[in-house]
Write a protein that binds this ligand. Structure first.
Ligand code: GH3
Ligand code: MG
Ligand code: MG
Ligand code: MG
Length: 287
């Protein structure tokens, strides 16, 4: 696991690092608690934060609190506090500040490893729950809620003067595929379509046979080019079925960020373009 370790003493940092690294952990050490907070906030791979309560410039309790708030809420972070003065008050304060565990300093190697095994169990389970909550089970793409959350986070990063484009894709006459070949084949077609559509960007299944793609930093022209490639790939696909190979086509609506720079507005314009693609004959890209 990637562990961020914070203590005012380089000697303590060295002792603990020497216990952790031989067991395969990656350790990033800090004597400055503000630097540690910035690092943990920005570095998604950090699973465990071990901090002494006696650190500066921000206190260990504040560090726990801020790391809890600032680390992406969708990311498991296990926090272990350490203090040489182990007493009930420190323990309660640490846990109330968002810590998961409290150990005496310096920690014994065996108890530290046991606590890290607990951390690994818990964070793996959290990670799996987050994955399940974000994924559409049929296609493996983001579900509707996760798509909007990710797309909004990307939009916030891009900012009003950046570039971004969006594609809405909808399988043409999908109902006929279900009616002709059965629902199971319909499901297989959805999975095959998702594999093609999911190749780039933030991609979600919004419902039924409708998909959305957000391409951060891509212009309208780049979004159109991507949609045209996807259209050809979808039309060329043959999905195996009992009777005969099943073909499909998709319609695409493309828009960009430039008018108003809101996710909602951009997707609304893509939806209008998709409607136009449908009403003008399907199997095409409109922007
Ligand atoms: P259009 O070209 O206008 O988009 O026509 P369409 O038939 O694709 O669209 P319509 O909205 O009429 O039908 C969508 C169908 O998709 C109806 C619904 O039963 C089917 N569907 C929705 N979700 C699933 C799914 O998870 N699996 C399967 N097999 N079918 C689904
Ligand atoms: Mg429809
Ligand atoms: Mg459809
Ligand atoms: Mg539809």
């Amino acid at each position: 696991m990637h562990i961020a370790l914070v203590d005012s003493s380089r000697v303590v940092l060295k002792i603990i690092t020497d216990q952790l690294e031989p067991r395969g952990h990656t350790v990033s050490t800090f004597t400055d608690s503000a630097a540690a907070l910035a690092y943990v906030t920005e570095t998604a791979s950090v699973r465990v934060l071990i901090t002494s309560l006696e650190v500066r410039p921000i206190s260990g309790l504040e560090l726990c609190w801020s790391a809890r708030l600032l680390a992406d809420a969708k990311r498991p972070l296990y926090i272990i506090t350490m203090s040489s003065a182990q007493n009930a008050r420190n323990l309660a304060e640490a846990l109330d500040s968002g810590a998961d565990d409290f150990i005496e300093k310096p920690p014994g190697a065996e108890s530290l490893h046991a606590r890290l095994r607990a951390a690994e169990r818990l964070t793996s389970m959290q990670e799996e729950l987050i994955r399940l909550a974000e994924t559409d089970p049929l296609t493996g793409l983001l579900n509707r809620r996760a798509f909007f959350a990710r797309a909004q986070a990307a939009a916030d990063k891009v900012g009003p003067h950046g570039r971004m484009s969006a594609i809405l894709a909808d399988i043409d006459h999908f109902k006929r595929i279900n009616d002709t070949h059965g629902h199971d084949v319909g499901d297989t077609v959805l999975q095959a379509a998702a594999k093609i559509l999911g190749s780039e960007g933030i991609v979600g299944r919004l419902g039924g046979e409708e998909f959305a793609i957000v391409l951060p930093h891509k212009s309208l022209e780049e979004g159109e080019a991507h949609a045209r490639r996807l259209r050809v790939l979808a039309a060329d696909l043959r999905v195996r079925a009992a009777r005969a190979p099943v073909r499909m086509t998709c319609s695409f609506g493309v828009s960009d960020w430039s008018e108003g720079a809101t996710l909602e507005g951009m997707l609304k314009r893509a939806d209008i373009a998709l409607y136009e693609a449908k009403s003008s004959g399907r199997d095409r890209v409109v922007s």
